[in-house]
Structure formats: structure tokens, C-alpha cells
Design a protein around this ligand. Structure first.
Ligand code: HPA
Ligand code: ZN
Length: 348
């Protein structure tokens, strides 16, 4: 699907992108050389750039009856394998700047990228390398590319809650009342049997520190409806990342609408494993039912290199949305963002 001039030129705001999911093979290759570390997944090493690029063909599961193969990484395995080349402050800086330069090319004027600090600290990388690298990218990306950003600290939900709480406290000086790198807290990684309510206290602490709250309720996951219910009614989230399964339950839709909770959707992520005629009518249903949502990329390099513009093109093309509706979705992202009011007015 090629990007139409209309979608390319539409001013955009991106609210659901994992910065570590934007690490392009070219930068990853260069960082591996710079840090003198092997490129690998488990026991397989990637000796050539072509082998590295081929490793981005991930599987969705390892169950042989579904075609899964043990020697092919799942999406999340590939994502965390990619993280291994990120060690020094400059590595995180280069990654942040690479994404923000890509934003400029796509007419993304403001972004709220997620970062997974525990993906790095658990490998022995000092938290300050991660935080200072992204902080410099936040500043230089605004100055050099004109792309402003407020970042989102994510708890890794399949790690112990206490580890997430400790990582949050270590990062707090870079939060809203400190250096101002991040202004919100999210919940990411494998949701299997890791419902949002486990992190209720951790989110309450973050809220008391003045941080906004969002959390992933992945599309088509086990217990997805219960996760959405907890996110809305128990943890009192302000946004939901994905959350498309809410359409199956009237009480969830009512909760979203009454509380003004918007969904950050990533159509290509679902389209990888959902038929066009099943998936795209859901966008129209959300519009009809008054649920606010916006269009985003999630992890573009691990999802066939489809970025926010490609995701918007899919919504436009397969969803049968009008130009006016696409403009509305772009404006929804401004409304749903946590940019300050002056910046919101400027980009609206
Ligand atoms: N889903 C859940 N957690 C994640 C993702 C994702 O797509 N990418 C990085 N962390
Ligand atoms: Zn995501």
C-alpha cells in the first residue's frame, strides 16, 4: 500500500510507539559494531546485514499446529533481542534522534514515545544512560527537527511488580517534576496472566507524582475484556493502548465514552493476524459509537516497516474513511495527547 499525498502531508501526532520498536536494522548494525557485540537471537548469530534483516520476519507464537517454529523469534523476542545493542548514553540518543528525524519526514509534529527502561537495566545498563540519552534526544529532536515529544515510562508487566516500582523510583528524577523527559506511565510487554490491577498501587504512586496513566490492553489477548474492565474501572486509566476488543461489550464502550478514555490503535499490528473484512469495520463502529481513537504505529521496524503514515493509509483505504474523518482522527490524537494546552492549540 503506497502512502497517498493526502496522508503524507497530513500533520500528525503519534501517541503509541515503542522507541525500542523503531530501531532500524541499519542503526542496529552500526551500534553492534560500535559496541563490539554480536548480533544474535539465542544461539543464532547474524553475520551479515542480510541475515539481520531476515531476522525481522517474526512468528506470532511457537505452537507448531499454528505454524510456529522454535528457531524463529516471536515478535517480543525479536524486540528484546534488538535492545541488546543499546548500551551507552549515545546509543539511546542516536535511537531517539533517528525516530524523531523519521517523524519530521512523516509530518509528525509531536510524539509521546514509550520506553522500556527495565529492558536495559536488567541487562546491566545503568538507568542514567537510558534516561540521559533519551533526554538529549528530546531536546535536540525539538531543536533540530522541530518535533516535540513527551515520553512515557512503561512498566514491563511480565516482570515482578516490585521491580517495576523500583525502576520507576530510579527514573523519577527524569519525570514530570524533574528533567521532564517523561510525563506519563504505561504498561507494556507480555500481557498473558498479567492484568492491569496487579499494577494498581504502582500507577497510583505515579499519579500522585503528577504523571498521566495509560496501559496496553492488547487486541485478541486472553482475558482482554477483563483487562479493559480493570483498566477503566479499577485503575482509572486515562487512555488505553489498543483496547479494540471493548467493542464486544456494551459496558466497556459505555465506560470509555462516559469517562472520555481514548484508544491508541495500531491497525497494521492487528491486520497482521486479522482479516481485512473483520478488522476494518471496527473503526467505523467506534466512530458510530462515539469512542475517541487515534492511529499509530506501535513497533514499526518489527511490523514490516509500516510506520504511522502506513497505518493511517490502511485506515483510510481499508476502513473506507473520508478525508474529513482522517483529519478528525489526526485531531483526536491532539485532544488525547498530554501536550500542554498552548502546544495543543498550536498543532490543532
Ligand atoms: N505490545 C506489548 N508490549 C510491547 C509491545 C507491543 O506491541 N512492543 C513493546 N512492548
Ligand atoms: Zn504497543
Amino acid at each position: 500500500l503506497t502512502i497517498s499525498p493526502f496522508i503524507a502531508s497530513l500533520p500528525k501526532v503519534e501517541l503509541h510507539v515503542h522507541i525500542e520498536g523503531t530501531l532500524r536494522p541499519s542503526l542496529r548494525w552500526n551500534l553492534a559494531q560500535r559496541n563490539n557485540i554480536p548480533l544474535r537471537f539465542k544461539s543464532q548469530e547474524y553475520h551479515t546485514y542480510e541475515q539481520l534483516v531476515a531476522s525481522y520476519n517474526v512468528t506470532y507464537n511457537h505452537r507448531p499446529e499454528l505454524g510456529g517454529r522454535r528457531d524463529v523469534p516471536t515478535f517480543l523476542e525479536a524486540y528484546f533481542a534488538g535492545c541488546e545493542v543499546l548500551l551507552q548514553e549515545d546509543d539511546f540518543y542516536d535511537l531517539g534522534m533517528d525516530y524523531l528525524s523519521r517523524c519530521q519526514q512523516m509530518n509528525v509534529c509531536y510524539a509521546e514515545p514509550f520506553f522500556d527502561i527495565q529492558a536495559h537495566t536488567r541487562r546491566g545498563v545503568p538507568a542514567e544512560n537510558v534516561l540521559n540519552g533519551y533526554l538529549r534526544a528530546q531536546r535536540d529532536g525539538a531543536a533540530k527537527y522541530g518535533v516535540r515529544s513527551n515520553w512515557i515510562f512503561c512498566f514491563i508487566r511480565d516482570e515482578p511488580v516490585e521491580d517495576g516500582e523500583a525502576a520507576y523510583l530510579e527514573a523519577l528524577p527524569w519525570g514530570k517534576s524533574g528533567h521532564g523527559l517523561f510525563h506519563a506511565v504505561g504498561l507494556a510487554s507480555n500481557a498473558y496472566e498479567r492484568p492491569p490491577s496487579l499494577f494498581k498501587k504502582a500507577f497510583e504512586r505515579a499519579r500522585a507524582d503528577g504523571h498521566h496513566i495509560t496501559m496496553h490492553c492488547d487486541f485478541g489477548q486472553k482475558d482482554t475484556h477483563e483487562h479493559i474492565r480493570q483498566a477503566i474501572f479499577e485503575v482509572q486509566t486515562e487512555r488505553i493502548d489498543h483496547g479494540l476488543d471493548a467493542l464486544d461489550r456494551d459496558e466497556l464502550i459505555a465506560g470509555l465514552v462516559e469517562r472520555g478514555i481514548g484508544l491508541t490503535l495500531c491497525p497494521h499490528a492487528y491486520h497482521r493476524r486479522t482479516a481485512t473484512e473483520v478488522l476494518f469495520p471496527k473503526l467505523r463502529q467506534l466512530l458510530d459509537r462515539g469512542v475517541k481513537f487515534c492511529i499509530n504505529s506501535d513497533d514499526p521496524v518489527y511490523m514490516h516497516d509500516v510506520w504511522i503514515d502506513g497505518n493511517m493509509e490502511k485506515a483510510y483505504h481499508y476502513g473506507g474513511l473520508t478525508k474529513q474523518e482522517m483529519v478528525q482522527l489526526a485531531r483526536n490524537a491532539v485532544d488525547m495527547s498530554w501536550a500542554d494546552e498552548a502546544l495543543k492549540r498550536e498543532i490543532y
